[in-house]
Design a protein around this ligand. Structure first.
Ligand code: G3H
Length: 541
């Protein structure tokens, strides 16, 4: 056995060596949520396989986790109709419900969701290969996000619970829902990222068409009943199946008012173009990114290395916010790459629930081959893999590779690798990384590593106009969730944060009247008798 095999030969374990507490039952889901019912499904199904492989007599095989419905265009249109009916042009039970009562429904949902915590965390590990600490964090962060959203909506409602007067007119201004929201999200944060759009969209009074992600779909199964029990019928409806077959007719119907999509700009653009009345469609999008790190000769290299490792390899580099290209100034390139290589070599690969494991199997079937193509391209153009075992691949497992020196002729300079490969680009003058960002199609974030105040300021000023967040001496990231999360160019449309998302999924609507004695009396009566959910001065505690 070679030393390489010895290093990695125990990545995948026989099933009887997997601790009972981390196992999941096989789930064959044969229902979907439509108009408040869990409707039985007897048609085509899609099997769900784990990135975790099991050694068998035929070699390593991805473990079968279960299956989900693969609905067709006809059923998809029924799902759309249920959503449209529940919204009922804004006259439905949910869009006209008081904010206080919508909050109560959401609190019930969180209560039911927390009961499923353990199973959902285990399903996240098995379905997408996320480590136990990160899967736990994804669940808990999502619960926090929902609770923060409830608090933010209370604040928003309190601010809107009074009348304003101007130029002889009295008005009450509130935020009202937009309509039917199609919510689609990615596999890397199948719970958290989808809920950062779905939950604010829902609580603002919209009705939801929820297209489940390809990987991370079973993790939502335990929540279907929670949606069913917490919200009025038709408020949340689920869609499973091939996007090209079921989403196309839904968009072509023109009945979707908001597209909430996290994925590639190519897919998002295609979806938007299907809508017959583009001006009626609001899009909240989180798209392509290839965030750069810039390590100058004035950086604290230990800080730079540890943050670049976190930034480029957390969840195997499968984060939209990941650092996907590292620029390092020539003067410190050797020392930096040496430290970076040592840190990567020390990382432990294994299964998601194993202690101290940082590198885990990848869910996307074609990802290892794509990463190999990127490496071959870079090697053929003069780069080297600096770390021992860099690029080692066995089925879904891919050990990270530090690639150096990368230049603009290589795929790794331009393409969003979304995986465990760290391209490092040496540079002489600071104009070079600025030039990269100017010419890039995306503009999400940058991380600057330097301890020289003047140098940092000279970088902040151009970069704040090229990207949407400049991180100083730390990795790129979305959180804290109260901060705005957005991007320029092909990276995003709209802004998300706990507070901003409530605005993104609503529109201001106001009731206005001339200040006359009879109007004052009229408005006072409506408010006193609680005749309207909108026109009200009630204060939510
Ligand atoms: O994939 C994109 C996620 O929103 C990134 O979130 O930076 O907190 O890991 P994060």
């Amino acid at each position: 056995m070679s030393s390489l095999q010895q290093t990695f030969n125990d990545i995948f374990k026989k099933e009887n060596n997997i601790p009972e507490e981390y196992k999941v039952p096989v789930i064959h889901q044969r229902e979907y949520l439509l108009n408040g019912e869990l409707v039985p499904w007897n048609g085509d199904v899609q099997e769900i396989y784990s990135p975790v492989c099991i050694p068998t007599e035929n070699g390593l095989e991805r473990k079968l986790l279960g299956s989900v419905p693969s609905i067709g265009p006809k059923e998809a249109m029924d799902v759309l109709d249920a959503c449209v009916k529940a919204y009922d042009n804004g006259l439905g039970e949910w869009p006209t419900m008081s904010v206080e009562n919508r909050i109560k429904c959401m609190q019930k949902f969180v209560y039911l969701m927390i009961k499923e915590r353990d199973l959902i965390i285990r399903l996240l590990m098995w379905e997408i290969g996320k480590t136990l600490p990160d899967s736990t964090k994804e669940f808990d962060r999502t619960v926090d996000y929902i609770n923060q959203t409830i608090d933010a909506l209370k604040d928003l409602d309190r601010e809107s619970s009074r009348f304003q007067q101007a130029e002889g007119t009295i008005a009450q201004v509130r935020r009202a829902p937009l309509g039917v929201v199609l919510s689609m999200g990615p596999f890397n944060y199948p719970l958290n990222e989808i809920f950062t759009t779905l939950i604010p969209a829902l609580i603002m009074g919209n009705t939801i068409l929820f297209k489940l992600p390809k990987h991370g779909v079973l993790a939502h199964y335990p929540l279907l009943k929670a949606f069913q029990q917490a919200f009025p019928k038709g408020t949340v409806n689920t869609l499973y199946g091939k996007g090209s077959e079921i989403i196309t007719p839904i968009m072509e119907s023109g009945k979707v008012n908001v597209l909430a999509f996290i994925g590639s700009s190519k897919v998002a653009n295609g979806l938007k173009k299907l809508h017959p009345k583009v001006n009626r469609l609001r899009a909240i999008l989180s798209l392509d990114a290839k965030n750069a790190a810039i390590v100058t000769k004035n950086a604290n290299l230990d800080v730079a290395v540890s943050e670049c490792i976190l930034g480029s390899l957390s969840f195997n580099g499968q984060r939209c916010t990941a650092l996907k290209l590292i620029f390092v100034q020539q003067d410190v390139a050797e020392e930096f790459t040496k430290k970076l290589t040592a840190a990567v070599s020390a990382m432990k690969g294994g299964l998601p629930w194993e202690k101290d494991v940082k590198i885990t199997p990848l869910p996307e079937l074609n990802k290892p081959n794509y990463l190999k193509e990127c490496l071959d391209d870079a090697l053929s153009k003069g780069a080297k893999i600096l770390n021992e075992n860099g690029g080692y691949n066995e089925e879904s497992f891919f050990f990270p590779a530090v690639v150096y020196p990368v230049n603009s002729d290589m795929k790794l300079y331009h393409e969003e690798q979304f995986g465990p490969v760290i391209p490092v680009v040496p540079f002489e003058t600071i104009e070079e990384p600025i030039d990269y960002q100017v010419n890039a199609d995306h503009g999400m974030q940058v991380s600057i590593f330097s301890e020289d105040a003047l140098e940092v300021s000279k970088l902040i000023d151009p970069f704040v106009n090229l990207v949407s967040r400049v991180n100083i001496n730390c990795q790129a990231q979305r959180g804290p969730d109260v901060f705005p999360f957005t991007g320029r160019k092909d990276s995003a449309e709209g802004t998300l944060s706990v507070f901003d998302a409530l605005r993104s999924f609503s529109i201001r609507s106001l009731v206005a009247a001339k200040i006359t004695d009879s109007n004052k009396e009229l408005l006072n009566t409506i408010v006193r008798d609680h005749d309207s959910n909108f026109l009200s001065t009630d204060y939510i505690f």
